[in-house]
Design a protein around this ligand. Sequence first.
Ligand code: DAH
Length: 354
Amino acid sequence: MDDLKSKYLSLIADAADESAIEDLRVQAVGKKGEISLKMRELGKMTPEERQVAGPALNALKDEINSALSAKKAALADAALDERLRSEWLDVTLPARDGRVGTIHPISQVTEEVSAIFADMGFAVAEGPQIESDWYNFDALNIPGHHPARAEMDTFYTHRAEGDDRPPHVLRTHTSPVQIRSMEAGGAPIRIICPGRVYRADYDQTHTPMFNQVEGLAIDKDISMANLKWTLEEFFSAYFGARVKTRFRASHFPFTEPSAEVDIQCSWVDGQLKVGEGDGWLEVLGSGMVHPKVLQAAKIDPDQWQGFAFGVGIDRIAMLKYGIPDLRAFFDSDLRWLRHYGFSALQVPTLHGGL
Ligand code: DAH
């Protein structure tokens, strides 16, 4: 019995897991276990022998059973400890960053410009990017022989052989949307037309596709003074500082008189600041809509007049957000987009200071 006891106690002590414990239980105290078989032998003993061996065997059985359950509990504790160690979770860690996209600066600035002009009563109009020769040029008083056509580096589409109608073009400016909007809505009208435009040109400040916003206001008594006020209001709201403008006489076929507009700025230590200093930066073209343009859009120039302007969206985005190279706008470099992009929740509003 002593042999049995020390054999099982040491086997139990060495058991590595719960299934080993179960095997030992069957082997020792199961129906056909070693100790159970010994108990069966009690029947063959003399009463005196049985009186000694009976209690001793019962005690052995009890001892083995309690050793088995103690070891089983110890193994379960160790298993739990191991799980707690390996499945440890720090609930105080910050959540992992979800990859969220950003709003492109051009989209953001288009929204900003629209919000500012909406506040001044301008609606947003759109037109096609593939435009007819008539809307892109003729209706804007740029006839076939006009040098402005050659200057625009136009992308032309192809006509079928033998078809000598003028080919459509990728619109070189947003000005054709003026004509389409006046045709559709007549006068009075106040609109801005943001959108993509195309010219065959490529360097640090020119890309074959870029963005403009056109402005148009037609009514009975509109003058250059209204144009100047509107633009100063716009630039001041956009840059968040009072911005002076300077009008320089210029020439565009679709306006008479025409002016190029500069905004006040300073250059200090290579840093450009808009709305201060005594420097000037050219930002747009403008003027009083030419009577021939009104006529082309079926509006009577003896009754109506107004101003128009065109400004590069990418250009004013670069100025406001300190973006040095225009080409990067269209490279789709994720690092650039994350750096210069805006959160979808940063919706520009006038009351939010844009
Ligand atoms: N369409 C001109 C361009 O792309 C910009 C422009 C100048 C638009 C004068 C106008 C304007 O409406 O009046 O260079």
